[in-house]
Design a protein around this ligand. Structure first.
Ligand SMILES: *Cc1c(COP(=O)(O)O)cnc(C)c1O
Length: 386
């Protein structure tokens, strides 16, 4: 099959030419002074986009490696953990929490909705035994966000640790690790940053380290170990294992581009692209998945399937017939996702995605107002640039 003309998926995303050029750099030995210096520089650039003074750990592997390693490091048997569930990643975190031996508490809402700060506050008031709150900042499979700006400080004020999957959150929404008192955050390079898949970026607060050091079950001498990275690399300048040299070149380049554009500007670009996309989808006559615009993510717009259509069939038709790779619901529901993530947040990308999606619906027997939708989206885009 030919390559797609446009990849408008929810990660891995299309990367810029500059990032691709960085990924083509010669391989260096990992103890080459040039590589080591680059690794240290990259850590501080990650700290800048996270807005933190906390330690940054760069684990080599999909963001999942960081998420699992961090959770295993923090959880002690019998510990009471409150998990917020509004989508498939949150649900999965709960399985881990139980599996690692903690007492699982959950607040769960529909996957088109978001857990509210008031629900969390009420639960914490009634359950003083909770030691940690786990949440997913941006539920990519359903395109909803959690109010981390409210829930983070609420936990921090009560001395409750926070473990946050912000894999598609950082750069796709305002993010203040230190100001919000967030203890452990994990982001991925292949989402809003527009970097390579295969690197997990993790911030760890001093409070989280205390908890990890006090935990005899925290992985050591393991691919999942945060402590190995802290002690061997941050402490002694020895890598626990050979980093993925190429991915690190790509990551630093993507970070440079984000920092040159400005963190706030990148976040605003995602928000603007989401506004264009939502306006277009609505004017086409499509129904958005998120129950309220305030909880709709800025990096991906989820759209409910018209009656009788299957999300994977829609995704495959847009790819096969129009050369546009969209994302399906990935188990979150019968929805299709039009992403505006990383380099595809902005410009005409959303217009292309809307055109492919609208015509796909029409081809499959669910007619929509394609022209009206594109015009509405272009109106918003034009007004934004005015
Ligand atoms: C992408 C993503 C992950 C990482 O999952 P993969 O299946 O490895 O891509 C984790 N959490 C969220 C919210 C994500 O968007």
């Amino acid at each position: 099959m030919a390559l797609p003309d446009f990849t408008l998926s929810a990660g891995p995303v299309t990367v810029s030419e500059r990032t691709r050029a960085a990924l083509a750099r010669p391989i260096l030995y990992h103890y080459d002074p040039e590589f080591r210096a680059g690794f240290v520089r990259t850590q501080s650039k990650v700290a800048e986009i996270f807005r933190t003074k906390n330690d940054i750990i760069l684990m080599q592997g999909e963001a999942i490696v960081g998420l699992e390693g961090a959770l295993r490091s923090l959880i002690t048997p019998g510990m009471h953990v409150l998990n917020l569930v509004q989508g498939v990643f949150g649900k999965g975190t709960g399985y881990w929490i139980k599996d690692f031996g903690a007492e699982l508490h959950e607040i769960e809402v529909g996957y088109d909705d978001a857990v509210s700060p008031a629900q969390v506050e009420e639960y914490l008031d009634a359950h003083p035994e909770i030691e940690m709150v786990c949440l997913v900042a941006s539920e990519t499979p359903s395109g909803t966000v959690t109010d981390v700006a409210a829930i983070g400080p609420m936990c921090s004020d009560r001395g409750i640790l926070t473990y946050i999957d912000t894999v598609s959150g950082v750069l796709g929404m305002p993010w203040e690790t230190d100001e919000w008192g967030l203890d452990l955050c994990v982001a991925g390079a292949q989402k809003c940053l527009g970097g390579p898949a295969g690197v997990a970026m993790i911030s760890v607060s001093p409070r989280a380290w205390e908890k990890i050091y006090a935990n005899p079950a925290a992985p050591r001498d393991s691919y999942l170990s945060l402590l190995d990275w802290k002690e061997k690399w941050l402490g002694e300048g020895r890598f626990p294992y050979t980093p993925s040299v190429t991915d690190m070149f790509g990551l630093e380049s993507a970070l440079d581009q984000a920092l040159e554009e400005g963190v706030d500007a990148v976040v605003a670009r995602h928000r603007s692209a989401a506004e264009v996309t939502r306006a277009g989808a609505r004017a086409m006559g499509l129904e958005l998945w998120a129950v309220r615009d305030e909880i709709a993510s800025a990096c991906v717009t989820s759209i409910r399937m018209p009656d009788g259509l299957d999300n994977a069939v829609v995704r495959d038709h847009a790819r096969a017939v129009y050369g546009v790779m969209l994302s399906h619901g990935q188990g979150a529901g019968n929805l299709v996702r039009l992403s505006h993530m990383g380099p595809t947040a902005g410009g005409l990308h959303s217009i292309v995605g809307l055109a492919a999606l609208g015509r796909t619906f029409a081809d499959l027997g669910a007619p929509v107002d394609i022209g009206g939708g594109l015009e509405a989206a272009l109106d918003v885009l034009s007004a934004q640039s005015a």
